[in-house]
Design a protein around this ligand. Sequence first.
Ligand SMILES: [Zn+2]
Length: 174
Amino acid sequence: MITTKLKIRTFGDPCLRQRSACVKKVGPAERMLIEAMLATIGEKETDIGLAAPQIGINKQIFVVDLPDFPHVFVDPKITRTEGKETMEEGCLSFPGIAFKVTRPRKIWLDYLDEYNNPRHLECEGFYARVVLHETDHLNGKLLVDHATRKEAEEKKDLLGQLENKTREALKANG
Ligand SMILES: [Zn+2]
């Protein structure tokens, strides 16, 4: 079991903006990655979801740490949505910045689990929100893209600071 905490990429890191590649078949490399991702979000109770691009790997994988809910999603496809709901959302890639995000209230999706079994899931409310948030990451979409113009304006300075800090750190690490 890998217990090293993975470095979380923050807003301004280009890997968060890339579209992730389909996995198609989960192999040993993906399984190691999944284990490390689960260990990373398992550390803090506030960490609920983590997508592979957030640790710099552009593969369609995300993990979720919620009770009575699947933990590993590979190549997720949302097949149907219903309703609409607005809630405040946070993201590990936007430390300290929350956004109001409107998303479907209920979703249906197909995905692979870590053993390559095709799965189907129907979920709603907070669970649907977490899945949609993480699926966004796999498409290079971020919380800030959901912000209203007013909210984006209000948080412009905070976002600018975060972006600069991320870029400085990337430069320093070569
Ligand atoms: Zn996120």
